[in-house]
Write a protein that binds this ligand. Structure first.
Ligand SMILES: *Cc1c(COP(=O)(O)O)cnc(C)c1O
Length: 341
């Protein structure tokens, strides 16, 4: 495909742009159809769709990366596929087979190849797979029909001027209940987070930190990203809880910490009253890879870690290694990379 698109890659942020084609597959009478690529970016669905009234839906987020040799690759799409199956099961939607999910992602990237930002720009092609309950329905019950779709948008690097720490404030609100849907990537958790996010931003913070909903004493999530901390004796610590969304970036960083950097890794409770145990902390997720945390405000006091202006050395190493793997500059563990081109 030699089509050219008129995009200034250096000016991209995280905004919707209509790309050429998107994948759509429909589920009815117990099965998914074959799926197809379509030009139309508008969905016509029943006004009585469960996705609109009862939040019966879920989504995923992953990226296609342009490599130095002109190739294009996906990072661990099988993990996104499996997580979407977990989300589907939690809200009683039919699972999309892993192969179908990966095939849909590859089709969308290939069909929109002109939108894959070139290597060196730090920009990527963001993929947004989702499943929604559709069809005519009024009662609170699972939908009679479903749509699985994947669209893509070119997005800029999260940090244009290099990794920069930001400050967070601890929220008094919860994004999910103790054994609710916190571990599923469903829209309801995000609806619940919009207001606390706005409150945090109005106070001058990048976003808020959510504590465990049962006791409000342990750190769970940082906005829509997972939390990690590096202890003073160089251990990588990340919270464990049934209401945390299992971040693929986080599990990848745990692997990198252990196997590439030789750092001990632990999943356990992180008490908000014991921030002193960490010399560096960060938030991690597909969008930014790592957002270094400068400080955390809790009960009116700002606890600063490494620095409010500079990223710590361990965080930087973790970031550089994962970023290098995603863009094909560092050798990836077996099975992490799926070549599209
Ligand atoms: C998607 C998401 C993350 C990050 O997951 P990745 O797989 O690393 O992108 C973290 N927390 C929440 C609440 C999320 O929705």
């Amino acid at each position: 495909m030699s089509k050219n698109v008129n995009i200034d890659w250096s000016k991209l942020s995280f905004n919707y742009i209509k790309t050429d084609l998107r994948y759509i597959s429909r589920w009815k009478d117990g099965q998914w159809d074959e799926g197809e690529l379509v030009e139309d970016n508008q969905l016509a669905i029943s006004e009585a769709s469960t996705a609109l009234h009862y939040g019966q839906q879920c989504f995923e987020g992953l990226k296609a990366y342009g490599t130095k040799d002109g190739g294009v690759q996906l990072f661990r799409p099988d993990e996104n596929a499996k997580r979407m199956q977990d989300s589907c099961r939690r809200v009683l939607m039919p699972e999309v087979p892993v192969e179908k999910f990966i095939d849909a992602c590859i089709q969308v990237v290939k069909a929109n190849e002109a939108y894959v930002p070139p290597y060196g720009t730090g920009a990527t092609l963001y993929l947004r797979p989702f499943v929604i309950g559709v069809g005519d329905n009024v009662g609170v019950k699972p939908a009679p029909e479903y749509i699985f779709s994947v669209f893509c948008v070119p997005v800029g690097p999260y940090f244009k001027g290099g990794l920069a720490p930001v400050n967070f404030t601890v929220s008094e609100y919860d994004r999910a209940a103790p054994y609710g849907t916190g571990a599923a990537k469903v829209g309801g958790n995000y609806a619940a987070s919009l207001y606390p996010h706005e409150v945090a931003v109005k106070k001058g913070f990048a976003d808020c930190i959510y504590l465990d909903p049962a006791t409000h004493s342990k750190i769970e999530e940082v906005g829509a990203a997972n939390f990690f901390g590096i202890t003073k004796d160089d251990k990588f610590i990340t919270p464990k809880s049934p209401s945390i969304l299992p971040s693929i970036t986080k599990y990848s960083l745990m692997h990198i910490a252990k196997d590439y950097l030789g750092i001990e890794v632990e999943e356990r409770d992180v008490l908000v009253d014991n921030l002193d145990e960490f010399k560096e902390t960060g938030a991690c997720g597909t969008a930014a890879v790592i957002t270094p945390i400068g400080g955390i405000e809790y009960k009116g006091k700002l606890h600063v870690f490494h620095s409010e202006t500079e990223v710590g050395p361990v965080t930087k190493k973790l970031y550089d290694t994962l970023y290098g793997i995603q863009f094909g500059d560092v050798t990836a563990p077996e099975g992490w990379i799926v070549k599209v081109k």
